[in-house]
Design a protein around this ligand. Structure first.
Ligand SMILES: NC(=O)c1ccc[n+]([C@@H]2O[C@H](COP(=O)([O-])OP(=O)(O)OC[C@H]3O[C@@H](n4cnc5c(N)ncnc54)[C@H](O)[C@@H]3O)[C@@H](O)[C@H]2O)c1
Length: 372
């Protein structure tokens, strides 16, 4: 069965998703196939890039023309955060299903409005968050649910990179609050850190946050300078209820983490068992066992994905693979064919992540603990 897709915003992520569709043949026993039919972007060079995709029959600068195309069933939207609410609502009101990029609106209020309209229109909507589809993420999730951790002592979940350490890097919309949102790095990387803890039912009940800014000014890429005012690093110290006990759950989102490149990680430590996974060591899965002696055991993961592919089991999984896994999950769940496998982040999870970001901003502002 084919599903006709339209993309609004063909930048970094729009093209990444396009490449995942182009190698859909990698998936085995996959009853649903996305067919990219239409792209909307304000930038003519972006539209030109899509000329190389044979299935694309509509390339437009006004996304409303894409929404008026009766062929399109699902719309993926990957635009700057200040445009999320308006475009997501237009997609839903046009009667299309929506795969929305995080953070699902520029702030909590926008996320609430988007969720209300999802309720009114009844469309199928999910939020993009691909990292838990890594074999290490899937295993961490299984271990967390296995009941073999004993009493959970601590959870750390985060996403780090370091590219903002370079003061000569040109600014883009992600470094300016008007377009990225007041949350800054919380909006940019927060869903990655929140997704697994939220899926496990470990939303923090109260938080204390420490936020830091990056360089106040950057090159604008056109020979000038531009003011940058977003938070670049965020540490959110939360308390969550896990099996009736209060447990520290720390969420870390950083664009200034020396040496890190797109490092997503999760650590769950319990009295009997534990798990540690980081994309800095893509294949390495660490499991804790407490016997007479205590061990952290490292195993090397292969290509153990939730949705099977032609790729040999001993090979490595990468970013492009998990983007494809996430889309397989989205399209199968939309057809009611997920069969208990890991589903994409839901609107409720995206909304909950915004509640955490809003609480973190309030906490930092007043240097106080904020209840959720
Ligand atoms: N899931 C992930 O791992 C991940 C990674 C990066 C970014 N993102 C998210 O994806 C979204 C887009 O980020 P990006 O890095 O691709 O940004 P980008 O700047 O590379 O691309 C955004 C595109 O949107 C286009 N655009 C802007 N206004 C538009 C409009 N009114 N109509 C149509 N097109 C318009 C721009 O021309 C640009 O091509 C953001 O929400 C971001 O948080 C997610």
């Amino acid at each position: 069965m084919n599903v006709n897709i339209g993309i609004i915003g063909g930048g970094l992520m729009g093209r990444e998703i396009t490449s995942a569709f182009a190698r859909w043949c990698a998936l085995v026993d996959m009853p649903v196939t996305p067919v990219l039919k239409a792209v909307a972007d304000l930038n003519p060079e972006v539209l030109e890039w899509f000329e190389k995709i044979p299935s694309v029959t509509q390339r437009v600068s006004d996304y409303r023309e894409l929404l008026a195309n009766d062929e399109i069933e699902v719309v993926y939207v990957a635009v700057p955060h200040h445009l999320h609410k308006e475009i997501y609502l237009d997609v839903l009101k046009a009667g299309k299903d929506l795969f929305a990029e995080k953070p699902f609106g520029i702030d909590l209020k926008a996320a609430e409005t988007i969720c209300e309209v999802i309720g009114e229109t009844g469309r199928f909507v999910r939020c993009s968050s691909e990292m838990p589809f890594l074999p290490g993420g899937q295993r961490a999730f299984e271990v967390a649910r296995s009941g073999k951790l004993g009493r959970v002592l601590e959870v750390v979940s985060g996403f780090h990179h370091a590219s903002d350490l370079d003061p000569t890097k040109a600014a883009n919309w992600k470094r300016i609050s008007a377009t990225c949102g007041e949350g800054g790095v919380l909006n940019d990387l927060g869903m990655h850190a929140c997704h697994l803890p939220l899926r496990l039912g470990w939303a923090p009940k109260r938080v204390f946050a420490q936020l830091q800014k990056g360089y106040p000014e950057r090159p604008d890429g056109r020979g000038g300078k531009v003011d940058c005012d977003t938070w670049d690093n965020a540490l959110v110290h939360g308390w969550s209820e896990i099996d009736g006990a209060e447990v520290p759950v720390r969420l870390e989102m950083k664009r200034l983490q020396p040496g890190a490149t797109n490092t997503w990680f999760i650590e769950i430590r319990g009295t009997e068992g534990g798990v540690r996974y980081s994309t800095a060591d893509t294949k390495g899965l660490w499991l804790f066992e407490r016997e007479k002696e205590q061990f952290w055991k490292r195993s090397e993961l292969g290509f153990e994905t939730a949705f099977k592919t032609v790729t040999g089991g001993i090979f490595e999984v990468g970013f492009a693979d998990v983007i494809q896994q996430m889309w397989a999950s989205f399209l199968l769940e939309r057809e009611g064919l997920l069969d208990g496998r890991f589903g994409c982040a839901t609107p409720d999870e995206a909304l909950e992540s915004h509640r955490i970001f809003a609480a973190a901003l309030a906490s930092h502002e007043n240097s106080e603990v904020v209840e959720l």
